[in-house]
Design a binder for this molecule. Structure first.
Ligand code: XIL
Length: 318
């Protein structure tokens, strides 16, 4: 079982994102979620995001956010918490507000102290800032960047430390795996936060990858080590590897397995890579088909909860 194998291989966990709606509706799904030997860590797919937790200014709600943490707690699984400062799933009152630095700073600090305070002691790690960099390596032009330039980064990490001193504070992003301009900028981001005297403990590689276009195990290891060299830990936080067209051929399923093995293997090869989280585990539920037109079947169990070649390939590198 994957989490047991991962722990034996020196990782802290192998885990998954859990969609809030499946928790109450799908018992076959929950049987796998509740198996700690298979999945040693959970993360809420949507419930802890800003639009769910503070839909209007100063009004906090944890109905959605509490669903997955409750499951992790009952099962004794690690919980990753996701996410605090992100341009997406951000309510209009934040994204469309016209802010001075002082007011937006207070809005961010209030959000972080309330949400992290609610989950204090429960989160192994928090994705404090998510997706601050555009794919071409420029800073993403969010309301946060527009208002502060890069100063919001240190501000957010400082607020997070104040709210919960005992959780790992992460920067999390996608397409860092390719070691291009976006990766360079993420290296710079870690430096900016540290230079400002703010705490940052980890960098999350989302790992939304494509079958046949996933970097090799050694290339991925090289990228991970660029970050661990900065004295931050790393993790794959949202791994899925999508087929660009469906149905996947038998050989495409094998390639998918090899790609998953490269990713998980690179974590095993990197001291300071703490774990791997898949962004869902069954093709029955995944954000991929809704987001990447025509693509899908990006996970390690099929729609009927049968283990795919990808599952076996992962087990072989653990
Ligand atoms: C996705 C969820 O899976 C979807 O259900 C939701 O509609 C949109 O967000 N990067 C992230 C995740 O950090 O929070 C996103 O999750 C996927 C991309």
């Amino acid at each position: 079982q994957l989490n047991s194998l991962a722990v034996a291989a020196g990782l802290k966990y192998f885990g998954t994102a859990v969609g809030e709606s499946a928790v109450s509706s799908d018992s076959a799904y929950m049987a796998i979620v509740n198996n700690k030997n298979e999945l040693g860590q959970l993360v809420a797919e949507n419930g802890q995001k800003w639009d769910a937790t503070e839909p209007s200014r100063g009004t906090f709600s944890y109905t959605q956010g509490d669903i997955v943490p409750k499951v992790a707690k009952a099962n004794g699984q690690y919980l990753r918490c996701h996410t605090l400062v992100w341009y997406s799933q951000l309510p209009n009152w934040v994204s469309s507000g016209s802010w001075t630095r002082a007011t937006l700073q207070s809005v961010i600090e209030t959000h972080i102290s309330n949400v992290m305070g609610h989950y204090i002691g429960q989160c192994y790690a928090w994705d404090v800032v998510n997706e601050a960099i555009a794919d071409d390596g420029t800073w993403r032009d969010s309301v946060f960047y527009k208002t502060f330039g890069t100063d919001y980064l240190a501000l957010a990490f400082n607020a997070a430390k104040k709210a919960d001193a005992n959780t790992k504070l992460y920067y999390n992003d996608y397409n860092l795996e390719y070691n291009g301009a976006k990766t360079d900028r993420a290296v710079e981001l870690v430096g900016i936060v540290k230079k400002a005297g703010a705490p940052i403990d980890g960098v999350g590689f989302q790992g939304h990858l494509i079958v046949g276009s996933t970097p090799s195990r050694s290339s991925l290891t090289t990228v991970l080590k660029r970050f661990t060299a900065l004295n931050v830990e790393v993790a794959y936080t949202e791994l899925d590897i999508r087929h660009s067209s469906l149905p996947a051929s038998a050989s495409a399923l094998v390639t998918q397995g090899n790609d998953f093995a490269s990713v998980v293997g690179s974590c095993v090869d990197t001291t300071g890579c703490v774990g791997v989280t898949v962004w869902g585990f069954t093709d029955k539920y995944s954000w991929v088909p809704n987001t990447f037109s025509g693509a899908g079947d990006a996970l390690i169990y099929d729609k009927n909860f049968a283990k795919k070649a990808a599952w076996t390939s992962i087990s072989s590198v653990l």
